[in-house]
Each structure stands twice: as C-alpha cells, then as structure tokens.
Design a binder for this molecule. Structure first.
Ligand code: PLP
Length: 430
C-alpha cells in the first residue's frame, strides 16, 4: 500500500521536501529541547508590528463577510495603482491590478498560466524554483558572483541569451531587489540595460519588489520605469507592512496584459475564490499610505539600515566576505576566505557549514545551497530580524529624525542580533 501511494504521486512533486529551511528548523528545535539557547536567524519575517492605522481598519472591517471580486476589492486595486504611481513613479491602471493571498500564490498562478521558461539569477529566494518544478516549467539559472555584488549584470544576461538556441521563446526573467537573500538592489544603470535586453528578446520581467519599501534610503527604483510594457510588479503587505501572516499580495500588470491576468484570475476563481475581505479593506489603508505610515517606514528603515551596516562590519572584521546591503533584512555571507579554518572543522559545503554553526555556536542560518548556489560554495543567508520590533520602533521614535542610532540601541533592543553575529565571528576564528 505504501508503495502504491508513492507511485500515484504526481511526478513533479516526487522528492519535493517541505522547504530547505526544514532541516535547520528541526535541528534548532531538537537543540532547544535539549536546553540550548538558539539564535534563530533563518526565518525571513518582519519583526515590526503592523502600522496602527492598518490594524484599526482591519478591526473596523472585521464584520465584512462576503466573497469579494476574484481580482480584488476595487478600492484596493485603486490604492495599489496609486502606491506604484506615488512610490515608483510607474503608471499602473487599477484594472491591471490583481490581488492574491500572498505574492507567492500569484507567482505560482503566473507560472501555471504562462507557458514559458523561467530565468533565475542566483542566489535567489527559495520558492521560485520549486514552484516551477511543481508546475513542470523549465528553469535556467544564471549564477551571479560576489564580485558583481550578487547582481545579474546586463552582460551576463546577453551572454546567456546568445548561447540559447531559440532566443525568442517565451520566457520570464525573475528579478528581486532589494533581494532575498542578499539585501542588494540593482543600479539604475543596470536596470535600464536589462530593460533594453528584455525588450529586445520580448521577455516578461517578473519584478519581485516585495522589499522595495525597505530600501534603506527610500530610493527603490522599479524596472517598470524603463520597461513598462513588459514588467509585472509583484508586491504585498508581508515585508514593509509587517503583515506576512495576513496573506495579501499584489501583481501590477502592464496595459494590454489581460490575456495573462484574466486566465490567472480564472484559475484563482476555481481555487481560492478571493482574498479575505477584512484583510483587503485593511490593505487599502496600507497602500494609500499617509503620514503615520511614512513615519513608521522611516523608523523601520533607519533601524534595519543600522543593523545591516553594523552586522556587515562585524562579519567583515571576522574575515567573511559580505556586501553592504541596500535594503530588506538579509545578509548573504561568503565564508570562502575562511575555508581552511572551516576545513579543519570538517566543513566543505554550505549545508555542513550551517549544521556545525548551529550545533557548535547555537546560531541558525540557512545554507547557500537553499538559494540555488553550488553545494560546495561556503555561503549562507542570515536574517537579522530576531529582535523585538515594537521595542526598537519605540526607541527609534525617541531619537531625533536627523540623528544616528546610538550604540546603546544594541543592548536595549537588538541584543540577540549582535550576540548571534558575534558568535558567528568567534566560531569561524575559533
Ligand atoms: C523575495 C520574496 N518574494 C516573495 C515572497 C512571498 O511573500 P508573500 O507571499 O508573503 O507576499 C517572499 C517571502 O519571504 C520573498 O522573500
């Protein structure tokens, strides 16, 4: 019977584990069970509370119980269009916005509906490739490098397309900036050049801008500015609004993309029907913004920028290669300068690196292989979010807007982050 069950599984899902973070989570739990203190820096969840006006709107709409339009609440689609217009200077029509239960689900629908190949620059977020595999789409990887800021360069993209047999077959190029796992954004120069290449080869760009509002300087630039006719902007409430568990994501399509959006909505109507009504009402407040939300974002960015910069400096001093992040809350650590010391600890790949770091130093981070890097590359992602975001916000509000964050912020709010980073630094040089 057990065998029958296995052979009746869809071929595309055979061998798919729950997620690459599972092994680290299991080991963390086991060690905690044994009484060890574990610094959990694996999960990429915003530590900040949802802004108050957004929570209040949710409270006021708790009674909304009807199914909504599958494409999303009209006011919300308008608010998202307004958001991209004011924040990104991109002209989006409300009728071209699709609301989903998280941007992850919308990406899945896109891959299901669009019969094309996926181009993934690596390192990249953990779910793009499994989604493509589940659906049975072909994936092409372009490995970026530390030297190039872990960014896809226009030359690399051209070189890749040059070697392709059919240069004009349907493709989706996935870009994510500021990025998970590196916290890095593309330069405007590169965005323009990539936009020109995408136009030349008639590629769809899926621009995953879920961390756009967490650009530390508030200077996120969307590629849709340079390739409006072929870019889908993906966003949502999960990161900048601290509401991952609310499950609300958005896709903003170019004009004349009904041929793609409407089939996605049709599949949505046969699967999840529509996104939770109260959450959609609350999201209107979030996307319309205003002074309270702007202040919230300003403090969030200042705190994250301070943490990202300080952690990078500590880790660089310990001998690691780390790029200074532009936004989000991740650092992609390259331990290769310490490879000899690590070899003596029995570490020659990223999975063992993270297992030993967890067992010996009590710090949980995720191996580079989970982000589609070669298994033997000594890289890993650290998420610097294991602190009390409400407390950090309250503290930041007491510091003048033009002032730097004082070092006692470390002790008062963000102790676990610095303890963990110092532990990594000690462990690697031990
Ligand atoms: C790069 C990136 N894209 C998309 C998502 C999915 O976000 P959500 O489905 O919560 O909108 C995440 C979540 O971690 C992410 O890191």
């Amino acid at each position: 019977m057990a065998n029958n069950k296995r052979v009746s599984l869809n071929l595309n899902v055979r061998g798919i584990g729950k997620s690459p973070t599972l092994a680290i989570n299991e080991l963390s739990k086991q060690l905690e069970h044994e009484g060890r203190h574990i610094y959990r820096m694996g999960l990429g969840q915003s530590p900040f509370p949802v802004p108050l006006p957004v929570v209040e709107t949710l409270r006021n709409h708790a009674h909304e119980k009807d199914y909504l339009n599958v494409n999303g609440l009209e006011n919300l689609r308008e608010a998202v269009a307004h958001f991209h217009h004011t924040k990104d200077n991109v002209d989006i029509q409300a009728r071209n916005v699709l609301i989903g239960p998280g941007s992850k689900e919308l990406m899945f629908l896109l891959q299901l509906v669009y019969y094309g190949e996926i181009i993934l620059p690596t390192p990249c977020w953990v779910s793009y490739a499994p989604q493509a595999k589940i659906i049975g789409r072909n994936i092409k990887y372009i490995h970026t490098s530390y030297e190039n800021n872990w960014d896809l360069t226009p030359d690399q993209l051209e070189a890749f397309l040059d070697t392709e047999h059919d240069q004009y077959k349907p493709r989706v190029l996935v870009l994510n900036y500021p990025s998970n796992p590196c916290g890095i954004s593309h330069s405007v120069h590169d965005l323009k050049a990539i936009a020109n290449i995408a136009r030349k080869y008639e590629m769809i760009v899926l621009s995953d801008e879920i961390y756009g509002q967490l650009h530390f300087k508030g200077q996120h630039v969307s590629i849709a500015r340079y390739y409006p006719e072929g870019t889908i902007i993906s966003s949502g409430l999960s990161k900048w609004c601290g509401a991952g568990g609310w499950r609300l994501g958005t896709f903003a399509f170019p004009d004349a993309f009904d041929w793609l959006m409407e089939p996605m909505a049709a599949v949505a109507s046969e699967t999840y029907t529509s996104v939770s009504a109260p959450i959609q009402y609350a999201a209107v407040t979030a996307f319309m913004g205003g002074i309270v939300i702007e202040r919230y974002l300003w403090h969030v960015r200042r705190i994250l920028s301070h943490l990202g910069t300080s952690c990078t400096e500590i880790l660089r001093q310990a001998g690691l290669r780390v790029k200074m992040p532009d936004g989000a809350f991740y650092l992609f650590l390259d331990f290769s300068p310490c490879s000899e010391k690590l070899r003596q600890k029995g570490v020659t790949d990223s999975t063992t690196l993270c297992e030993k770091l967890l067992e010996q130093a009590g710090v949980a981070i995720l191996p580079g292989v989970a982000f589609l890097r070669p298994p033997a590359e000594l890289t890993a992602r650290l998420a610097y979010v294991n602190f009390d975001g409400s407390q950090a916000l309250a503290k930041s509000e007491t510091i003048p807007l033009n002032g730097a964050i004082p070092t006692d912020m470390h002790e008062s709010c963000c102790d676990p982050v610095f303890n963990a980073v110092n532990k990594i630094a000690e462990w690697v040089n031990d």
